[in-house]
Design a protein around this ligand. Structure first.
Ligand code: NAI
Ligand code: BUO
Length: 260
């Protein structure tokens, strides 16, 4: 059995997930890059980048809103990479709509992808850790919208508040097994997600494209947009032995937008 640690990152074909996968590879992990099947080409590019860093990597097609897919992804990572130590429940979607306009279907969709996926990831990882006798680490994507509700991001904010609750609960329930459960709460990260948010906000409030993003970035104390690498550094910490005594936390990594 290999002594290299193994991590699985969901939504790792692009954006924050890609940067997390690459950072964990630099930290010495072999990495399972999980994403939707249609993202295979991008995800295989991430696999190649990880291999270029001298680590093993695989692509796993998984829709995180389906429990069977998440369990199969964890099984594939453990079987093909030779262990299982860390899961990063990163995949998520945004919805940009006034609360009065959100439909039942939209609510179901965002909760299935942003919330159910985190429960499935925790369940699948905890079962694999128990099978392998590993004191593993679970890290999930929250948001500044997990700490403060943001207008026009109502369903999204609700889904991220739920991630925070699940993180606190799972941390307490899994502590006896030595498993830690934490979450990262980014602010305004320059990824495809904010391209979409900016576009939809422009449609709603009539501001020119880019203006909503600029106004949000102007409110950041450190004065610049967040990069996926800024987020990956925090996940690297949560996944490391340096965070062995940290659990149940949602860490704001927002350049100074919210303060606790
Ligand atoms: N971009 C931002 O400003 C912020 C992002 N976040 C969170 O960080 C996480 C990553 O966001 P970004 O990289 O910005 O988004 P992104 O839209 O650039 O990438 C999301 C990835 O998740 C994948 N994905 C979507 N639905 C999926 C599903 N059902 N199953 C498997 N994979 C799926 C997509 O294919 C994509 O590769 C999300 O949970 C998001 O809510 C949190 C705070 C701020
Ligand atoms: C995408 C996201 O989480 C926010 C609050 O912008």
């Amino acid at each position: 059995m290999s002594t290299t640690k193994v991590a699985l990152v969901t939504g790792a074909g692009q954006g924050i997930g890609r940067s997390i996968a690459l950072q964990l590879a630099r930290d010495g992990f072999d990495v399972a890059v999980a994403d939707l099947a249609f993202q295979e080409e991008k995800a295989r590019g991430v696999v190649a980048e990880i291999e270029a860093l001298g680590r093993a990597a695989i692509f796993v097609a998984a829709d995180v809103s389906k429990k069977d897919d998440v369990v199969s992804a964890v099984d594939a990572a453990a079987a093909q990479l030779g262990g299982f130590d860390v899961i990063v429940n990163n995949a998520g979607i945004a919805q940009v709509k006034p609360i009065l306009d959100v439909t039942p279907e939209e609510l179901e969709k965002i909760f299935a992808i942003n919330v159910n996926s985190v429960v499935f990831g925790i369940q699948a990882a905890a079962a694999k850790f128990a099978e392998l006798g590993v004191k593993g680490k679970i890290v999930s994507a929250a948001s500044i919208a997990a700490v403060k509700g943001f207008p026009i991001l109502g369903a999204y904010s609700a889904s991220k508040f739920a991630v925070r609750a699940i993180t606190q609960v799972a941390a307490q329930e899994l502590a006896p097994q030595g498993i830690t459960v934490n979450a990262y709460a980014p602010g305004i990260v320059g990824t495809g997600m904010w391209d979409l948010i900016d576009e939809k906000l422009s449609e709603i409030n009539g501001k020119p494209r880019g203006q909503n993003l600029k106004e949000n970035v102007d409110s950041i104390a450190l004065g610049r947009i967040e990069t996926p690498e800024d987020v990956a550094g925090v996940v690297s910490f949560f996944a490391s032995e340096k965070a062995d005594y940290v659990t149940g936390q949602v860490l704001l990594v927002d350049g100074g937008m919210l303060y606790n």
